[in-house]
Design a protein around this ligand. Structure first.
Ligand code: NZQ
Ligand code: ZN
Length: 389
């Protein structure tokens, strides 16, 4: 393992009835003025908006609103939120929605306390060292943003999509995860969420750090559980147990608990962000396309790791098979799984051709070579993107 410090200060409320029981108490710890941030209206359609507003009003909280956060949230929306917070003297940012709403809220919370342009933080020009308190109510299982300090923002003018944050300040102070709030997530978004949490697990699983036996088993458990429950949640979107399990997997896949002391790969994520920066496609859909192609490209680095995936997760019988054969079977199984849940398999599924591949490859490595399992330069990224066409 690498030497590590683990710190995750988010108070997590999981399950039914927690919002009714604890939201007012959590919010009022931080003050009486709240910026309520949400997306394109799903929370109004399924009743969560009324519930949250009712609880806040009963607690004497003054509510300011920032609706309309886009999937792949935009920097311009972040600026709007910062302006409201500064003008109204907001005490707490409350994000109600999916990963995009949560990420936008993190950027707002950080930007309010930042003396300069918050985009500079995402561009790695400067670091932020403070943020307004942030709370979240999650409505889509995917990103893990409810229990991590990172967020991803798109600058649509420059076609850049960058991750950033200011740990520990941008960890949510509290997050409410009620699986019932994910019952209305449409089938395609449920699929993208599953792809995203699975890819977070793979990003951790494929790493170069020695001596991580428990981490490998923990990650395998998350991968196995996602795969075991994916079809149930797609066949019956109101299956509470399946939604609960999938939601818990998404939180665990990216809150630091399964990945202590190891250096995850993250090249696939960086490549995906370049695709959605230009084409505005759903993050999980892009990952499903990249994942098996990236796997094939890097497999030779450590076939044994892929062989473990085949045997321990996909229960392939190893008898008479070489590590390389097992590794290939693991990748076949990953492809099969994505196909079985109806995830996209090629960039052509989003009508994406080869027009911008050069730019995407160049941008993906703009700060440094990407990937820790295998380091990738521009030509490597280009080769992977070509395989995705
Ligand atoms: O905008 P509304 O009307 O709310 O509709 C949303 C949106 O259209 C809808 N939705 C969410 N909850 C719903 C619902 N519809 C019905 N019922 C519900 N309960 O789903 C659509 C997609 O929402 P979005 O928030 O964009 O999805 P997701 O949670 O997958 O977030 C994706 C964003 O997170 C970033 C991605 O890059 C992307 O920008 N990521 C954030 C990470 C993090 N903070 O740690 C890590 C990830 O790797 C990822 O990069
Ligand atoms: Zn992701």
């Amino acid at each position: 393992m690498n030497p590590f410090k683990f710190y995750n200060p988010t108070t997590l409320y999981y399950g039914k009835g927690q919002i009714e029981a604890h939201l007012a108490e959590e919010v009022t710890k931080y003050g009486k003025k709240v910026l309520l941030v949400y997306g394109g209206g799903s929370i109004k359609r399924f009743g969560l908006y009324d519930k949250v507003v009712g609880i806040l009003q009963n607690a004497g909280v003054e509510i300011f609103e920032l609706p309309g956060v886009e999937p792949n949230p935009r920097l311009t929306t972040v600026y709007k939120g910062i302006d409201i917070c500064r003008k109204e003297g907001v005490d707490l940012v409350l994000a109600v929605g999916g990963g995009s709403v949560l990420d936008c809220s993190k950027a707002i919370a950080m930007g309010v306390k930042f003396d300069g342009d918050v985009w500079d933080v995402y561009q790695r020009k400067v670091q932020a060292h403070d943020a307004l308190p942030l709370g979240t109510i999650l409505t889509l299982a995917a990103t893990g943003s409810e229990m991590n300090a990172g967020g991803v923002i798109t600058n649509w003018e420059t076609k850049e999509k960058l991750g950033g944050g200011a740990a520990p300040y941008t960890f949510p102070k509290f997050s409410f995860c009620d699986p019932e709030n994910t019952f209305t997530v449409p089938r395609d978004q449920t699929v993208y969420g599953i792809c995203d949490m699975l890819m977070h697990s793979f990003e951790h699983y494929f790493h170069p750090t020695p001596n991580t036996p428990l981490q490998q088993h923990l990650i395998e458990a998350v991968i196995t559980t996602i795969i075991e429950n994916a079809h149930a949640v797609l066949e019956n979107p109101t299956d509470y147990d399946a939604r609960e399990t999938i939601m818990y997997c998404s939180t665990m896949a990216l809150n630091g608990m399964i990945s202590m002391g190891l250096e995850g790969d993250w090249a696939s994520h960086k490549i995906e962000h370049e695709i959605s920066a230009i084409y505005d496609i759903p993050h999980g859909g892009g990952l499903a396309i990249i994942c098996p192609n990236w796997m094939e490209y890097v497999m030779d680095t450590n076939p044994e790791r892929f062989a473990n995936l085949a045997v321990r997760v996909f229960k392939v019988n190893p008898e008479g098979k070489s590590q390389e054969e097992l590794a290939r079977l693991a990748i076949d199984k990953v492809r099969e799984f994505f196909k079985s849940i109806g995830a996209p398999t090629r960039l052509a599924d989003y009508n994406i051709g080869d027009e911008h591949l050069e730019r995407m490859a160049e941008q993906a490595v703009r700060f440094e070579p990407i990937g820790h399992f295998k380091k990738l330069g521009k030509e490597d990224v280009l080769a992977i993107l070509r395989k995705c066409l």
